[in-house]
Ligand binder design. Sequence first.
Ligand SMILES: C[S@@+](CC[C@H](N)C(=O)[O-])C[C@H]1O[C@@H](n2cnc3c(N)ncnc32)[C@H](O)[C@@H]1O
Length: 212
Amino acid sequence: MDPSFWHERWTARRIGFHEEKPNDLLMKHFARLDLSAGSRVFVPLCGKSRDLGWLLEQGFRVVGIELSPIAVEELFTELGVKPVIEEHGPLKLYSYEDLFVFVGDVFELMMDRLGPVDAVYDRAALVALPETMRKAYAAHLTRLTGAAPQLLISFDYDQTMADGPPFSVPRSEIGKLYGEAYEIERLESIAITGNLARRCTGSEEVWLLSRR
Ligand SMILES: C[S@@+](CC[C@H](N)C(=O)[O-])C[C@H]1O[C@@H](n2cnc3c(N)ncnc32)[C@H](O)[C@@H]1O
């Protein structure tokens, strides 16, 4: 999916994926990662998600990456804080206390800039990408984070019923993408709700990926 697709979505305010409160499945299952306070959590393709604020409130350090500067500006404005902004090669880094958000393409983020992370939270990131990009994304994310444990939220529905994003990423594909590096446990599967439910039926699934 071309970066221009996402830039246009943010410019046109077509951001139906954005939730006005922290994600219920995040709040219910995040403790399964068994992290101690101060752990560093990486949130790829983070948008201006309220989940970042929730993670900070739980005492974690948070690092995200997001293509859209509009999203990142709004994220800090809505948190009511003024970030420090620095150039980092092809990326920009917005930071305030325990929150660090890179602006740019996740594929241009390398280990030396990201630094060590203890866990990954992927909501609406893997499923935002078409099948042609998912293999490269999963391999990059695994390498970039040293296969840090993940809480992953995905959808499983009949892709002929609706176009993505969000795309359907069934269990079999999650196994192919992450099975070599991770033990994969499904924590929950619930019926799809919200906008997507108007277009298809299927399930929203929560996965715990633990390093092998
Ligand atoms: C479906 S939204 C989900 C945002 C966020 N995770 C949430 O739950 O609200 C996907 C986000 O990924 C961003 N994005 C898409 N491709 C990207 C890339 N290659 N690198 C960084 N961000 C990207 C988009 O701008 C968009 O904000």
